[in-house]
Each structure stands twice: as C-alpha cells, then as structure tokens.
Design a protein around this ligand. Structure first.
Ligand SMILES: NC(=O)c1ccc[n+]([C@@H]2O[C@H](COP(=O)([O-])OP(=O)(O)OC[C@H]3O[C@@H](n4cnc5c(N)ncnc54)[C@H](OP(=O)(O)O)[C@@H]3O)[C@@H](O)[C@H]2O)c1
Length: 256
C-alpha cells in the first residue's frame, strides 16, 4: 500500500519543495492550493517526472467546507492518509504597524495560518484513528511548518507572528494528545527562505544575511525545508514528538 500525504499549499515555494521531496521517496501526494492552478499543475508535472503520483485539490484552508472536501477527495483517491503537512500560510496582504493593523487582516491571517491548520489536523487525526488502512512502511505523522516569527517580533506583521506562535502550542497539544495512538507530531521552523513570500524583501534580507544575521550566511531554499520534512515523514525520529526542527541557518541561536 502506498504512502499517502496531504501537503497544504503544495503548489509553490516551500510546499512545492516538500511535494517533490516526498514524491522522490515514493509518496502519493495530495497537492493543495488556493488560487494559482497553473503552479499546482506545474508541481504535479515535476512530481510525475520523479515518479510521484499526485492529486491536485483546490481548497482554501481557512474555510471549513473546503478543508472537508480536501480530506474527502484525498481519501476517495488514495484510500487513507499517512501524513499531513500543514504548510499553507500567508503574510498579511499589507504589512501594517501594530498600532494600525485591522481586524480584517488579523482574522484572515489567523484563519489561514492557525485556525485552518488546527481544524484540518483535528479532521485528519480522526481519519487516521478511524482508518485501519495505513502504509505498512511508515507510521502516521503530522508536520507543521512554523516560522522563526513564532519568537521573533516584527511589529509590522504582528498577526503573522501571533499565528506562528500559536502553531508552536498547536504542535505540542496534538503531539501530546496523539502520542498514545502512535501518531508523532513535529514542527519544522524555517528561517529566511527564498520564495514568492519573501520576494518583496530581497534587498533587505540580502543585506542582513551578508552582515551576519544568520551564522550560515545564505538564503534558505525550499529543498532545505523539504529535507527535514522527508526525514521526519520517513520515520527517522520515532522516539521524538512535539519536536521543533529549526531550518534557519542557525538564526535561533543567541550570540554575543
Ligand atoms: N518563505 C519564508 O521565508 C518562510 C519562513 C518561515 C516560514 N514560512 C512558512 O512556510 C509556509 C510556506 O511559505 P512559502 O514561502 O512557500 O509561501 P508562498 O511562496 O507564498 O506559497 C504559499 C503557498 O500556500 C498556498 N496558500 C496560501 N493561502 C492558502 C489558503 N488559504 N489555502 C490553501 N493554500 C493556500 C499558496 O497557494 P496559491 O499559490 O494558490 O495561492 C501557495 O501554494 C508558510 O506557512 C509560511 O508562513 C515561510
């Protein structure tokens, strides 16, 4: 029986890297996206080139009915789910100072980055518990893509930071609740990664990285994050759960 994963926001950026990493290891992957169908199609073609079987599912992770449809379509195509990667996420549409930001922006970012992943994890965990069908070669797992913003203050995108801090506790909660059922839960916490999300701040981060912001002086790439996700998904850490894997060039270290 094949190994089956859902990767939310799997169509571009870090999510695409994760889809391709899993596909190369023989996973069947539901590639979720919200608006850019062409990018999702391109990812599916790239996955097929390395032998991966994919299902493209348009769904807004912030919307309950869409999340349910994502799970249903995955189950009807592949029969079971071994892995959920909560990767879809968004920055505020407009970066606004903490003293000006709006409830509309706050609600949208929290819906997509925290509430959606919380209830999708709840839904998929229940499907994992109900299903007797799993891949024989991997244990079921859930991997959340967090951020250094969980503990790094950026007052011009506070709602993003709060959503990622919440994801840290979400990881601990589901890890605790699901451990007795043999489902490990992890958080992969990227630093500055070269994707569309960071394309608007290239110059700023080029300078900061060159000045030594990160001990490893380069941008991270989607493959850096995918490498950690694939290792976790393939079961390299069976006695670890609730664990945070920093993929940030060493940003998280305190230095003098
Ligand atoms: N880039 C970084 O430096 C960095 C650092 C730390 C953490 N992260 C986190 O890593 C994750 C991926 O980031 P990225 O840089 O790869 O972002 P990205 O390049 O902007 O790609 C975002 C992906 O998420 C999808 N998406 C966005 N909102 C969605 C929604 N409501 N429902 C379903 N899919 C949705 C997008 O689909 P469409 O194309 O259809 O919109 C796209 O596939 C995010 O959670 C982000 O917070 C990124």
């Amino acid at each position: 029986m094949s190994k089956v994963a859902i990767v939310t926001g799997g169509s571009r950026g870090i999510g695409r890297g994760i889809v391709l990493g899993l596909a190369a290891q023989g996973w069947s992957v539901a590639v979720n996206y919200r608006g850019n169908a062409a990018a999702a199609q391109e990812t599916a073609e790239m996955a097929a080139a390395v032998g991966g079987d994919t299902l493209i599912v348009q769904a807004d992770i912030g919307t309950a009915a869409d999340r349910e449809r994502l799970v249903q379509e995955t189950l009807s195509r592949f029969g079971h789910i071994d892995l959920l990667v909560n990767n879809a996420g968004m920055a505020p549409r407009v970066r606004m100072d903490l003293l000006q930001t709006t409830e509309e922006s706050y609600n949208e970012v929290m819906d997509v980055n925290l509430k959606g992943p919380f209830f999708l994890t709840q839904r998929v965990a229940n499907a994992m518990l109900e299903s007797s069908a799993t891949s024989s070669s991997v244990r079921p797992a859930i991997i959340n893509i967090g951020s250094i913003s969980a503990y790094t203050s950026s007052p011009n995108r506070g709602e993003y930071c709060i959503s990622k801090a919440g994801m840290g506790m979400m990881t601990a909660l589901f890890a605790d609740r699901l451990a007795p059922h043999g489902i490990n839960v992890y958080e992969v916490r990227p630093g500055i990664i070269e994707t569309d999300m960071t394309s608007g701040v290239t110059e700023k981060y080029n300078k900061l990285i060159a000045e030594g912001l990160t001990p490893i002086r380069r941008w991270g790439h989607p493959e850096d994050v995918a490498g950690a996700v694939v290792a976790l998904a393939e079961g390299a850490f069976p006695f670890s759960t609730g664990e945070i894997i920093n993929v940030d060039g060493g940003f998280h270290m305190r230095r003098l």
